[in-house]
Design a protein around this ligand. Sequence first.
Ligand code: SAM
Length: 301
Amino acid sequence: MGFYAKHILPWAVNRACSAKPNRRQREKVVPLAEGRVLEVGVGSGLNFPHYDRERVVSVVAVDPSAEMLRMAESTVAGAPVDVDLVQAGAEDLPVESSSIDTVLVTYTLCTIPDVFPALAEMARVLAPGGRLLFCEHGLAPDASVAWWQRKLNPAWRAVGGGCNLGRNIPDLIRRGGFRITGMETMYLPGWKPASFNYRGIAVPTQGTALDDPGRPAPRDPPYPSTPVAIPVTTQAPGATGGPGFGNAWGGGVSGMTMGGPGSVLSRMSGGPGFGNAMSAPASVENETFGGPGSGRIGFGG
Ligand SMILES: C[S@@+](CC[C@H](N)C(=O)[O-])C[C@H]1O[C@@H](n2cnc3c(N)ncnc32)[C@H](O)[C@@H]1O
């Protein structure tokens, strides 16, 4: 391993992941973890302070990088819950099947080289009723930003330890064998190619992209051939969102209505997500948001 990967990259990753907008996302997603938790790609342990000790029984946190785990070791003492750090990649999780209530993955699906085996592993370890919590940056809805994501990705990946700017996170999760039951998307403040954020909850379904060799192979990065339109999120009647994230933070998605922190959320179609996703690979255009009963789901307790 070179000097850069060993000494500079872990520091740079930790610094980038420590940004305040990302911390605000962690504050929303991590407290939803409950029961026996598996954190995949733990990095330097930035999620530890946000676990809810009342809801969490135990945390196993894995990462293949010894350097990142060393950084996590220094934060684990201050965690409100017991955390076991284990050196392992997501593609081969050292965890028994059906033994986990919550898999948490934050800002890591961008980096895992073999995403589908990794997602299959996450589905395998989840017990019945278990959930995948995700918070990731990925493909931007604006064609111009997506263009920059494509152009800059090779250089970004080289300096970013394999991080991809524009992975279509919901598409990967669905094709990886999950149904997304709630998701909120937005630009976080910052450099747009790296700041479109997907935060949500998913549950395992039957079958993954690994089961069907005829299924389109995942491209890396899996960019759609046409720009992806993230559907408009409608504000539920009576919901009390503050000014849109975009307006409040100066970097919103045009046409998107988002509440203030913790408010109105997108509801996914709830259909057989896997089938739908396969009929429109690498696209989120067939999602239906704001259906009956939409508004708050899942997040914020
Ligand atoms: C950008 S960091 C995010 C770390 C942490 N989840 C966070 O939110 O701060 C990406 C992490 O993914 C880890 N990673 C890379 N390949 C992986 C794999 N195959 N399985 C699991 N984690 C992986 C890296 O070592 C790194 O710690």
